[in-house]
Design a protein around this ligand. Structure first.
Ligand SMILES: [Zn+2]
Length: 114
């Protein structure tokens, strides 16, 4: 990924986090502040958030958040298992993805064997 693509993925993920948060009915004064909104929400008790979200959304929320935490580190956009670049298209297609295609396929094969 080049810097422009990275920025686009980051924007996309941040928007998705916002969308998920908007489903959890935060009061207006909590979502009002533009700039430090993300910090603010992260400080919120995650249990409160999880209660009002479906399990799938929570999972997605946590994945995206984990992924975003890696911005400014060398591991952003890299596979958790092999460290290879996940790739721009895949990052865009699957929010919060943390495995490259080959590792994901391998994990799937292992799961199917079970
Ligand atoms: Zn990998």
């Amino acid at each position: 990924m080049d810097k422009t693509q990275e920025q686009e993925v980051i924007r996309l993920y941040q928007k998705e986090l916002q969308d998920i948060r908007s489903q959890i009915n935060l009061s207006n004064d909590e979502i009002d502040a533009e700039g430090d909104e993300i910090d603010h929400i992260q400080g919120k008790n995650i249990a409160d958030i999880q209660e009002s979200l479906s399990k799938r959304d929570v999972l997605r929320y946590n994945k995206i958040q984990t992924s975003l935490k890696k911005i400014n580190t060398s591991s952003f956009g890299k596979c958790d298992v092999c460290g290879e670049e996940i790739g721009y298209k895949r990052m865009k297609m699957i929010s919060g993805v943390f495995l490259c295609i080959s590792c994901a396929e391998e994990a799937e094969i292992l799961n199917n064997k079970r």
